[in-house]
Structure formats: C-alpha cells, structure tokens
Design a protein around this ligand. Structure first.
Ligand code: GDP
Length: 340
C-alpha cells in the first residue's frame, strides 16, 4: 500500500482488515490510537478492538521484570531470537515507568534489542507509562489484543522492577518471569517478598565467566527462599534457573519451563480461569478509572478541591468528612441526606 494510504485518517474497517493481515504499520497506528487521549480516537479504537476481539487470546503472554541493569533487554533479545528461530511470531511491549516523569527513558535507548528489532518475525513496541489514574499503562492490555489479532503468538511484556508496575503486569500475563542478579553475600537483600511470590520462575542472569559459581549459589538460595512460600492454588512451584544471554545458556530451558507451565495450566483449567479473572479485574479497573476521572474533572469538585485539601492538611476537618462532603457534592446530594 502506498505511503499516502497510511497518512490518511482511516476508518475502523481499514484498521481491522490491515491488522488481521499482519500489517505492522497499521498495527503501530492502531496502538497509537489506543494510547491516544483524544475522545474521537478512543471511540475509533474501541470500535476496532470490538471487531478484532474474536481474533484475540491465542498468544502466550509472558511478563519479564527485574531491576535496571539485570539484563532484561539482553535476555529478551536472545529469548526472542530463540522464539523466532522456532518460527514463532513474537511481540515485545516495553513499559517504561520513568519516561513520563523525566521525559528520559530507562528502556528507550535505541541500541536495545537491535538484532531482534531487525527480525522479520519480531515486533518491538516501547510505550511510556500511562497517566497517574490509569496505573502503569492502562492501554497495554488493549495493545496485547491488537498484537494477537495481528498474529503474534508470543507476547513479551517487559517492565522495570520498580514500584507498582510488576503487579499490573502480573495482572495481564500468563507467565511471570523475574530476572535477578547474583551478588556476593546476602542474596535476598532488597528483594521484595511480594515480587518473588508473584514469579512463576526466577532466572539468575549473567551466569557466565567468573559469575557461574556465584549464580549457582544464588540459585540455591532462591530455591530455599521460595520453599518458604506455599505453592499457588494452581499447584505450581516457581522454577529457579541460571542463564546467560551473552552465551545463550539456559535460554531454551526457560522456554521449556514456560511450555511445561502452559501445558499443565491448560490441562487443569487454570490458564483460562486466570485470564477470566484478569478480564474481570480489567473491567473493574476501567470502571474505577472512569469514575475517578469523572469525579476529578467535575467543575464543582475542581473548584473546591484545593480548599478542602488545605483543610485536611491543616487538620481542621477530618479526611473522611471532607471525602464524604465532596462525594455528596459530586452526586448532588443535599447536606444531611443518606450517607454515601
Ligand atoms: P536491562 O537494563 O535490565 O535491560 O539490562 P541490559 O540487558 O541492558 O544489560 C545490562 C548490562 O549487563 C549490559 O552491559 C549487558 O551487556 C550486561 N549483560 C546482560 N546480559 C548479560 C549476560 O548474560 N552475561 C554478561 N556477562 N553480561 C550481560
């Protein structure tokens, strides 16, 4: 298709047929549409998503997290290359919580995953963290669906292991992989128990050269630490492995573990029930998001908010009293009427 086709504003049918054919330019444009804050774009995006829905859900969604420097992009590059060598169309979505605040980006430098970026079976899409109300990125779920409709079989969602983002990503993937560095001595220092509990597998990165022994030690320590947690209700015990993206060691093993997980979870019904739960959460989050947006965009609320915040800060009125007052105002209830 000519360049001018892509420059025009397209209708939903053009998006739908293009994405179903695997047209990457249209896929990228559709993701931009989904991420847009303009209401007409949102309407069009919803329309496109609705039509594509029957063609979604067929991928394996994998979350990869770990602190900056742990080796996420190196891992995804060699893991992604393994997948494309197996003929699997692989999409990588990176969520970068830093980019919004600083305008800079932890994940965004252009040298990341260069080889994979040039692979015809791979598609890499960085996206900035969404606005405050929408959490990490309220649109990543929609982006996953678009990629599935475009025929991607494995979708990797990468996030930096800081703050809220892991919980959000865990809520949109089938398998959650935590990358960890081996360090001298106190291996478990600084690792939040909650993040370890979320992991379906932990991979100790950079297990090569001088680091091999240290990595094996770290592996044993994590295995022992994980033994203290009961298995999840799906009966899965998180796997702990070492790997080297540089030497391509342990990468296949991680893929084998993921496949084993998928097979087991599908046979027990947990794969589907997890996705159903995730969809319900997604619906609830969307409702909360729009309710909050309506509340904070309300003219009356806007006028009063800073005054009321002062009162709470100064301790002149209890927070709960102010909250109820504001909610009553929002719902237009006269003072003294039924409690919110
Ligand atoms: P990210 O910030 O988590 O995405 O980490 P990167 O993938 O950018 O890697 C951080 C640094 O660790 C880079 O200098 C990489 O070359 C190095 N690194 C990544 N993987 C390996 C590995 O398997 N072995 C070794 N020795 N170094 C690695």
């Amino acid at each position: 298709m000519g360049v001018s086709f892509y420059k025009k504003r397209l209708n939903s049918a053009q998006y739908v047929s293009g994405i179903l054919k695997g047209d990457r330019i249209l896929l990228s444009k559709a993701i931009t549409l989904v991420e847009s804050k303009l209401p007409p774009d949102n309407v069009l995006a919803e329309n496109v998503l609705e039509q594509l829905l029957p063609h979604t859900g067929n991928s394996l969604r994998i979350g990869v997290t770990g602190v900056p420097g742990v080796g996420k992009s190196s891992f995804i590059e060699s893991f992604g290359k393994l997948l494309t060598s197996l003929g699997k169309k692989t999409a990588v979505l990176t969520i970068d919580p830093s980019s919004q605040r600083s305008k800079g980006s932890i994940l965004g430098d252009k040298t990341r995953m260069e080889e994979l970026a040039n692979d015809p079976l791979a598609y890499i899409r960085p996206s900035a963290a969404g606005d405050m109300l929408g959490g990490v990125h309220s649109r990543t779920r929609e982006t996953i669906l678009l990629c599935e409709a475009a025929g991607f079989e494995v979708i990797i969602i990468e996030t930096v292991g800081v703050g809220q983002s892991e919980t959000t990503v865990k809520g949109m993937v089938d398998f959650f992989l935590l990358l960890m560095l081996s360090g001298a001595g106190d291996e478990l220092q600084g690792i939040k128990k909650g993040i370890m509990e979320m992991a379906d597998a932990i991979a100790i990165t950079k297990a090569d050269g001088d680091n091999v022994q240290k990595s094996e030690l770290a592996k044993r320590e994590y295995q022992n630490a994980l033994h203290m947690f009961p298995p999840g209700e799906n009966g899965w015990y998180p796997a702990v492995v070492t790997c080297s993206s540089l030497k391509k060691i342990g990468i296949q093993e991680i893929w084998d573990i993921i496949i084993r997980y998928e097979t087991l979870m599908k046979s027990k019904g947990f794969f589907q029930s997890n996705r159903q739960q995730q969809n319900i959460s997604w619906m609830r989050e969307t409702i909360s998001y729009y309710l909050q947006a309506d509340f904070y965009n309300n003219t009356g609320i806007k006028k009063l908010l800073s005054l009321k915040m002062n009162q709470v800060e100064n301790g002149t009125t209890p927070a709960i009293t102010v909250a109820k007052e504001m909610l009553n105002l929002f719902y237009q209830k006269p003072e003294g009427s039924a409690e919110v």
